[in-house]
Design a protein around this ligand. Structure first.
Ligand SMILES: [Zn+2]
Length: 209
């Protein structure tokens, strides 16, 4: 990990893209060939000027959108867990979320709200967002994504409880078929005290509203 000192936001973004776990040349070439075949299958000409570099670009975009398959909770959490006596709800709200539905391979986009009650350990706030990203950058359904984030925090911190709420718009709903432009899907997963204790649950939900 390089130091962040003196790095502009743009440089930091470039570094994050440079440092992504790559999928390897063979897979990238296979993706590129597949995208060329898709272009042909929809009746396009992959040789026309505007599309010449599209299979390569699309392959690298999909490589990025599926980084989560090449990341693990250990990599992300590594040395960012700290001892703490805190015993109130820790909430990270409005974490931007970009994922892809496993039914149509179309994006779903929204926000995740992640809360936990520490039991001796806390985690760096940016790591919570990275855990969300790790699971979001795989083919997903929103319900499973919500549970996986909650389970990961449980595994990493053994907190008293975890609450995860995701609100997202699904392109497969918005752009095709039913064309429900404004429907937002909300999913939640409550574990430990968030599930068992009504007061904790209502405090969490009131922090979200
Ligand atoms: Zn879908």
């Amino acid at each position: 990990m390089s130091a962040n000192n003196g790095e502009t936001e743009l440089q930091a973004a470039e570094r994050r893209i440079r440092d992504i776990p790559r999928c390897g040349a063979a897979r990238l070439a296979s993706l590129e060939g597949s995208y060329r075949a898709i272009l042909e299958a929809i009746g396009e000409d992959p040789q026309r000027e505007g599309l010449l570099k599209t299979p390569g670009r699309a392959a690298r975009a999909l490589e990025f959108l599926t980084i989560g398959y090449r990341q693990s909770l250990d990599d992300i959490v590594n040395d960012a867990i700290f001892h703490s006596e805190a015993s109130e709800i820790v909430l990270v709200k409005d974490i931007e979320l970009y994922s892809m539905c496993e039914h149509h391979m179309l994006p779903f986009i929204g926000k995740a709200h992640v809360a936990y009650i520490p039991n001796g350990k806390v985690i760096g706030l940016s790591k919570v967002a990275r855990i969300v990203d790790m699971f979001a950058r795989r083919l997903q359904i929103q319900e499973n994504l919500t549970m996986q984030i909650a389970d990961a925090l449980m595994a990493a911190l053994q907190p008293r409880g975890v609450g995860v709420v995701i609100e997202a718009k699904h392109l497969c709903m918005m752009a095709r078929g039913v064309e429900k432009q404004n429907s937002v899907m909300t999913s939640s997963c409550l574990l430990g005290s968030f599930k068992e204790d009504a007061r904790t649950r209502s405090e969490f939900l009131s922090l979200l509203s």
